[in-house]
Write a protein that binds this ligand. Structure first.
Ligand code: GLN
Length: 466
C-alpha cells in the first residue's frame, strides 16, 4: 500500500477533501465500531484543529505533510486535559496535566489526535483483554484477540479508523498486535524517541512505537517523533531517515535467523513452513542467509518477565490513590493505600507487582534479579556478535496464531510464552519492525542498534520479494 499520509496530504492540498469531513468520517467510524478500540474520543479537540487546517488551506497557506492527518494514541500517553486511563480502574477518571514529548512533536507537525485507544492495563498483557473497556477484537476475525498490549491501536489502523496510531512497546506490544492484525509496527531503537509522558511500565525497555500501513508512513512518523529530549536522559539525537534511502535496497547482503526459534516444538507448523518459504525467497534474490544460535525462548521470556515485573513494581508504587486516580479510604493511611491498590489494580497487574517485589526482595534479588541483569548483558553481547556477521535478523513475530478471546485470561503462563520471539530484541534495545508478510502473524525485521533505517529498507525489499 502506498503512503496514506502522502495521499491525504495531496487530497487536502488539492481541496479534494476537507479536513473537517475527513476527521468527522473517522470519528463516526470509531464511534460505531464494535471492536472495543476506543477509550475516549477526542471529538471537540480534533474538530477544532481540523477547522484550522481547512482555514489555512482556504487562505492559500502551505501545510506540512502531517497537517490534518488523523491519528490514534494508546491510552498510556499524556495529552494535556484529556483522560489517560491506562485502561485501568485506578486511573479511569485521571486527566493528563501535560503532553508527552512524542505526542507534542506530532501536534507541532499538525497531526490531529482523534482517539485514546484501548490496551492492556499499564501495558500488562499480550491480548488487550486486561482492560476495563472490554476485550479488543481482532480486525481480521473478531472472535480472536486483537493482540496486546497496543491492541486498540493496531486494530484501528487495520480498520482504517486512524491513519496511524502510536503504541508503546516494552516486550512486543507494538510488534505483536501489528502481526495479529496485518499492519506494520515499529519498536525503534531504545532512546530514539523520548519516553517523557508515556506511563512507565519497564523503563529500561519501554519504547514509543508507530503503527501504520506502509514503511513510508512509519518513516514519516518516526522522523517526526525522534530526537534528544532533556526530559528523558536516555534519549539521543538521530538523523532523519530519507525516503530515498529506504527505497534503495541494494546494500543488504546477509540475513540471519535463530535456528532454535524455528526448530522449537512450540512453533505452529504453518508459521514454521511459511517462515522457511520466506527465507527461500530471500535467498533466491542473492542474499546470503545464515543460521544463528541464540538463547532458548524460555530463558528470554523468564529474563524479560523478571526484569519487567521488577521495574513495574517499582514504577507503579506511586499509584496509591494519593496523587493520582481514585482512592478508597480506609481506617488509616496505610490501609487506604492497600485497599486502593487491591481493589483498583487488575489481577494481572497485581500478579506482576507481587512478582516484581518478590524478585527485588532481600534474599531473592541476588538469585533472581541480578541474574536477570547478567543474562540481559549476555543477550546484548550475543546480538553484537551476530551483527558482526549479518545485516538483518529475521524472525516470526509470534510462535502461534492469535488465541480466541478468553483463552489468555485463563492461562497467563501460555500468554507469557507467546512473547517468546519479541522480548529478546527488547532486552537488546534493538530496532525491530513487524511487516505484515511471510507468516500469518507477519515477520519481524531487526537490525543493530541505531540502524532503524536498515530495518525500513529491508521492509521495502520484502514488499517486492515475498
Ligand atoms: N506482553 C508483554 C508483557 O506483558 C509485552 C507488553 C508490552 O510490550 N507492553 O509484558
Amino acid at each position: 500500500m502506498e503512503s496514506q499520509i502522502q495521499q491525504i496530504h495531496r487530497q487536502l492540498v488539492d481541496k479534494e477533501i476537507s479536513c473537517v469531513d475527513l476527521i468527522q468520517e473517522k470519528l463516526s467510524a470509531l464511534k460505531e465500531n464494535t471492536y472495543n478500540t476506543v477509550n475516549t474520543l477526542l471529538t471537540e479537540l480534533a474538530l477544532e484543529k481540523a477547522a484550522k487546517v481547512d482555514a489555512k488551506i482556504a487562505n492559500g497557506d502551505t501545510i506540512g505533510l502531517l497537517e490534518g492527518v488523523p491519528f490514534g494514541i494508546k491510552d498510556v500517553y499524556m495529552l494535556q486535559g484529556t483522560y489517560a486511563t491506562a485502561s485501568s480502574d485506578l486511573l479511569k477518571k485521571y486527566k493528563s496535566a501535560y503532553t508527552a514529548t512524542a505526542i507534542q512533536k506530532l501536534l507541532d507537525a499538525g497531526a490531529i489526535p482523534i482517539v485514546k485507544e484501548n490496551c492492556d492495563s499499564f501495558g500488562h498483557g499480550s491480548s488487550s483483554e486486561n482492560t476495563i473497556f472490554g476485550a479488543v477484537k481482532n480486525a481480521i476475525n473478531p472472535e480472536l484477540v486483537g493482540g496486546g498490549s497496543s491492541g486498540g491501536s493496531a486494530v484501528n489502523v487495520a480498520k482504517d479508523h486512524t491513519v496511524f496510531s502510536i503504541g508503546g512497546d516494552t516486550g512486543g506490544s507494538v510488534r505483536q498486535p501489528a502481526g495479529y492484525n496485518n499492519v506494520y509496527g515499529l519498536k525503534p531503537t531504545y532512546g530514539r524517541i523520548s519516553r517523557y509522558g508515556l506511563m512507565a511500565y519497564a523503563s529500561s525497555t519501554d519504547c514509543v512505537g508507530p503503527i501504520a500501513k506502509s514503511p513510508e508512513d512509519i518513516r514519516i512518523v518516526l522522523n517526526t517523533m525522534s530526537g534528544k529530549d532533556p526530559k528523558d536522559q536516555t534519549t539521543y539525537s538521530s538523523e532523519a531517515i530519507s525516503q530515498d534511502s529506504i527505497l534503495n535496497t541494494v546494500n543488504i547482503k546477509t540475513v540471519g535467523y535463530f535456528k532454535n526459534f524455528i526448530e522449537s516444538e512450540a512453533i505452529d507448523a504453518t508459521i514454521k513452513s511459511d517462515f522457511l518459504a520466506s527465507i527461500e525467497k530471500i535467498k533466491a534474490k542473492g542474499i546470503q542467509v545464515k543460521e544463528l544460535d541464540f538463547f532458548k525462548s524460555d530463558i528470554l521470556v523468564s529474563t524479560y518477565y523478571t526484569l519487567a515485573m521488577a521495574e513495574t513494581a517499582s514504577n507503579l508504587s506511586r499509584l496509591d490513590g494519593t496523587n493520582y486516580g481514585d482512592r478508597v479510604d480506609d481506617k488509616d493511611l496505610k490501609e487506604s493505600y492497600a485497599v486502593t491498590r487491591s481493589e483498583k489494580f487488575s489481577e494481572e497487574t497485581k500478579r506482576r507487582i507481587v512478582g516484581g517485589n518478590q524478585v527485588l526482595s532481600q534474599g531473592f534479588s541476588d538469585e533472581i534479579y541480578l541474574k536477570g541483569l547478567a543474562l540481559r548483558d549476555a543477550i546484548s553481547e550475543n546480538f553484537e556478535k551476530d551483527f558482526g556477521d549479518v545485516d538483518i535478523i529475521l524472525s516470526p513475530v509470534t510462535p502461534n496464531t492469535p488465541p480466541k478471546i478468553g483463552d489468555s485470561l485463563k492461562d497467563p503462563l501460555t500468554m507469557y510464552l507467546s512473547d517468546a520471539y519479541t522480548v529478546g530484541f527488547s532486552l537488546g534495545q534493538l530496532p525491530t519492525l513487524t511487516v505484515p508478510q511471510g507468516t500469518e502473524t507477519g515477520l519481524q525485521v531487526t537490525a543493530a542498534k541505531n540502524n532503524d533505517e536498515l530495518v525500513l529498507k529491508f521492509a521495502n525489499f520484502l514488499k517486492d520479494t515475498i
